[in-house]
Design a protein around this ligand. Structure first.
Ligand code: ACM
Ligand code: ZN
Length: 751
């Protein structure tokens, strides 16, 4: 009967149109009940003794937000008007989960762990935030999808002080994130006080000056201003405690063997040549890295790691491992001697020796290592967790060999890339990652067999700070992408919904406004896409932006839209090749740029496309038919029209419903250093008039021009033959990064 009552109540609520409370990340299950709980001066918090810390935390945030006189009480029995926090170990709840019931007379929050209570408190805070002191009655059952939900921060390229780090941790905690990956050392600065080696911070913590502009700008210019800073061990302990109270584990990253120049500047005997070295002042790497042949390197690192372990009690220590240049090792007698005495094949195996030796040391102290995916090269250390940043491939390989994986692919998780159209943004690392792309990210690749899924323990957002000079800029890059990532990592995949997220986002942005935290208000970029009605074989174009209620006007004659141009309301029918020009309008004026694309209708668009070798399909940057959507990928930060093929050849099969006359075809490949894409070695095209027997009509050889970014068109003459099917194959080449090589492909244009 009670169940029925809830159903009836719900339908009444729907009739009255009460909006669902805006909770981010979206809870697993939320049932709205009738009425509100009102927090007032006599509301009391009661709690079981094992969650006193959480009760104190709740009291503090409610006092700050709503009610300064709220009292915390441990065991006084009260009849109503209370908020109870109860750890109930018998509760059947996944780790970190909670059950929150708000009625008109009280609020019950239960969990099996204090962490679960803390997560429930964050939901409660958002309920209060989105509706004031009146908290809507609800019953919420909630728990996370992934155990590892992280956020990274590089403090080596630019330094952010201890107070700001606490603010960062608070932002994470409010969204139920639970790991803070703190990148403390790199070529441009060593930021962690180590008592045994004071020069690390006194020398390695400061650089002479800093590059102005982008690392690809030429000629290089420097600002002439000394720059630096570091955290004392006292500050670190305070931050670790602060994070622990918020159920966030800090993972310190001490980079080795590469990205280590600041340490070399402090102690030149750590390098192969013995120095002298400066703390790097530009963003491009220099060749000097820790010497893998000298014993002093390992003695030093073990001593450093002893102090690191004393400061950071968490299980994981991140040892970096990425992008280690090998040229010094090739020339160093100590390193070459190590290769000989340890029977190693090459410098990749020397890197593996290095990482495995450090892993053994940390394992002997009860700790585990995390390393970037380069630690796979030359053989993976036996117990390592792999952080896969160069796409999904490294993570897939690691999972298949039984290692835990934290996914962090550049394309979806690097928040130092642009999140809106670059001409209106701060200078940033190249790459375009708007909010909706973070939102559609899934850390578990579709093609990873399900028996390996549990090795993907989660993912994280990453912020590298080469171009991020101050906290305003950092907050702007972080928010609201952090909120999208939090939902990706917490909410069940089937409950993710972009429209719903956008509806809830406003309330979160208000919260950031109240705390005077900066964020990007979304992109005013307009995505021009096409859709095919397969029944009628008709084509449409669509205009989308991240704005909640956009006013978009467009033309199809190449002119810039005006206030009298057609207002976009729904997909527009395409009769032939069309140039679409669109813009946002605010107060009768174009706001933030004009967007234009030519949609080239061609016969290939009517084919059925079969794409083989979809090894990393989740890495692909757009919808399935992007290869025959009439739109060319452009050489910009936005790659939504490209398809990527990581470590695999490109192979497609196009079938026409009836024999079709074709004169020629073109296909575009791109070289794009950010995703390790280079031109194929060759492209072949084969045709068939029966759909079964093919013969090759052309083979085109190609060079690579990397690392500069280019597009190249491969053209094939078919000579007006009537064909039933077409096969295109492109051979992937091994790029300079041995572990990753991709092909970036766009429109197969068929005339
Ligand atoms: C990285 O971005 N080098 C891990
Ligand atoms: Zn060496």
């Amino acid at each position: 009967m009670r169940y029925c009552f809830i159903i009836i109540t719900l339908s009444i609520l729907t009739l009255h149109g009460r909006e669902a409370p805006a909770i981010i990340p979206r809870p697993v299950e939320m049932v709205q009940l009738e009425g509100y709980f009102s927090i007032n001066q006599s509301t009391q918090i009661i709690y079981t003794p094992d969650c006193k810390q959480e009760a104190d935390y709740l009291q503090k945030i409610l006092a700050a937000d709503t009610n300064p006189n709220l009292v915390s009480l441990s065991s006084t029995p009260v009849q109503s008007n209370f908020i109870s926090l109860e750890i109930n170990k018998a509760l059947h709840m996944p780790e970190e989960g909670y059950l929150l019931i708000v009625t008109e007379s009280n609020i019950h929050l239960q969990a099996a762990t204090a962490h679960g209570i803390f997560n429930g408190i964050q939901t409660l805070r958002q309920l209060a935030d989105s509706s004031g002191p009146l908290i809507p009655a609800v019953r919420i059952t909630d728990y996370p999808r992934f155990p590892y939900r992280g956020m990274h921060l590089d403090v080596a390229r630019h330094f952010f002080n201890a107070d700001f780090i606490k603010k960062y941790i608070d932002l994470m905690a409010e969204l139920k994130m639970n790991h803070f990956h703190w990148h403390l050392t790199d070529e441009q600065g060593w930021r962690l006080e180590i008592k045994k080696y004071p020069n690390l911070t006194q020398t390695g913590g400061f650089r002479k000056e800093t590059l102005i502009g982008h690392s690809l700008d030429f000629p290089e210019r420097y600002d002439g201003i000394p720059y630096g800073g570091f955290y004392t061990q006292q500050e670190i302990r305070d931050i670790v405690r602060y994070a622990k109270e918020r159920h966030i584990t800090i993972i310190p990253e001490i980079e080795m063997p590469g990205h280590s120049r600041a340490a070399l500047a402090a102690y030149p005997d750590l390098g192969c040549t013995g120095g002298p070295y400066d703390v790097n002042t530009r963003w491009r790497r220099k060749p000097d890295v820790f010497c893998a042949g000298r014993e002093f390197t390992f003695e030093f690192l073990e001593n450093v790691l002893d102090e690191v372990m004393a400061l950071f009690p968490g299980l994981y220590i991140h040892i970096g491992g990425d992008e280690c240049l090998k040229e010094r090792w090739q020339e160093c007698e100590f390193c070459q001697n190590r290769i000989r005495t340890e029977n190693l094949k090459d410098e990749h195996e020397l890197q593996s020796y290095f990482i495995t030796r450090i892993e053994k040391y940390l394992n002997s102290k009860g700790r585990h290592i995390i390393g970037w995916d380069e630690i796979l090269e030359g053989g993976l250390a036996p117990n390592a967790t792999v952080m896969s940043w160069r796409g999904f491939t490294g993570g897939i390989t690691a999972a298949k060999s039984g290692h835990n994986v934290i996914m962090a692919p550049v394309e979806y998780t690097y928040f130092n890339t642009y999140q809106a159209q670059p001409e209106y943004e701060f200078l940033a690392f190249q790459g375009y990652l708007p909010l909706n792309k973070v939102y559609r990210y899934d850390p578990v690749p579709e093609n990873l067999p399900s028996e390996y899924h549990h090795y993907i323990i989660g993912s994280q957002g990453n912020i590298w700070t080469e171009y991020i000079k101050n906290t305003d800029q950092l907050e702007y890059m972080l928010n609201p992408r952090l909120a999208a990532m939090a939902e990706v990592l917490w909410t069940p995949r089937e409950m993710k919904n972009w429209q719903s997220f956008q509806n809830r986002l406003g309330s979160y942005l208000n919260h950031l406004d109240n705390k005077e935290i900066k964020y990007s208000s979304g992109s005013f970029k307009i995505d021009i896409t096409t859709a095919r009605d397969t029944i009628e074989n008709r084509y449409y174009f669509l205009l989308n932006s991240e704005q909640p209620d956009p006013v978009i006007r467009f033309t199809t004659d190449g002119t810039v839209p005006t206030t009298s141009s057609q207002l976009y309301t729904s997909p527009v029918f395409l009769k032939n090749t069309t140039q679409v020009t669109a813009a946002h309008f605010q107060k009768g004026k174009i706001y933030r740029g004009v967007f234009q694309k030519t949609i080239n209708l061609h016969v290939g668009m009517s084919a059925t496309l079969k794409v083989f070798n979809f090894t990393d399909s989740t890495y692909n940057q757009s919808e399935d038919n992007v290869l025959i959507d009439g739109l060319y990928g452009e050489k910009k930060f936005d790659n939504d029209n490209w398809q990527i093929f990581e470590n695999s050849d490109f192979s497609v099969h196009m079938d026409f419903a009836t024999p079709t006359e074709i004169s020629d075809m073109t296909i575009n490949f791109a070289e794009y250093s950010m995703v390790w894409a280079s031109f194929p070695e060759f492209v072949t095209v084969s045709i068939s008039d029966d759909g079964e027997n093919f013969h090759e009509i052309q083979k085109i050889m190609s060079d690579t021009i990397a690392p500069v970014d280019h597009i190249k068109t491969f053209s094939v003459t078919v000579n007006s033959q009537k064909i039933k099917a077409l096969k295109i194959f492109a051979k992937n080449r091994v790029y300079k990064q041995p572990a990753l090589s991709s092909l970036l492909v766009d429109e197969i244009f068929v005339k």
